[in-house]
Design a protein around this ligand. Structure first.
Ligand SMILES: [Zn+2]
Length: 119
């Protein structure tokens, strides 16, 4: 009777699935894109950023995202960068959890469909 354990396995998947859904409920604000730290060179040839060795301007934190196929960038203050980093980390966490939920749901669905076919 290979299907004797099906309800147990299904209960296990459903339990794990519920746990992940609970984690989703606690996630803070999310935001797209990424934050990168940049150093720049200005147009003034006498500036220290063109000296030998060069001392570039910065660091500046910059937010970058693709919106409707276009790359959008925005320079961030340190306080803004801190918020963006938190929101973007939340977004990554959200996607990690959803990916796990999809994997578990696929296993549970396959199990349910097989169970249905065996009846
Ligand atoms: Zn410069």
């Amino acid at each position: 009777m290979p299907n004797a354990k099906t309800p147990d396995r299904l209960a296990g998947y459903e339990h794990r699935y519920r746990e992940l859904a609970e984690q989703l409920a606690t996630i803070g604000l999310i935001h797209s894109g990424s934050v990168t730290r940049r150093y720049t060179h200005c147009a003034n040839p006498g500036c220290k950023c063109h000296a030998d060795p060069p001392q570039p301007h910065g660091p500046y934190d910059q937010w970058t995202a693709k919106i409707n196929g276009k790359t959008v960038t925005r320079r961030l203050s340190p306080a803004e960068a801190e918020l963006y980093n938190e929101w973007i980390a939340n977004d990554r966490q959200l996607r990690r959890i959803i990916k796990q939920m999809r994997q578990i749901a696929a296993k549970a669905a396959a199990l349910k469909l097989k169970h249905l076919a065996d009846q």
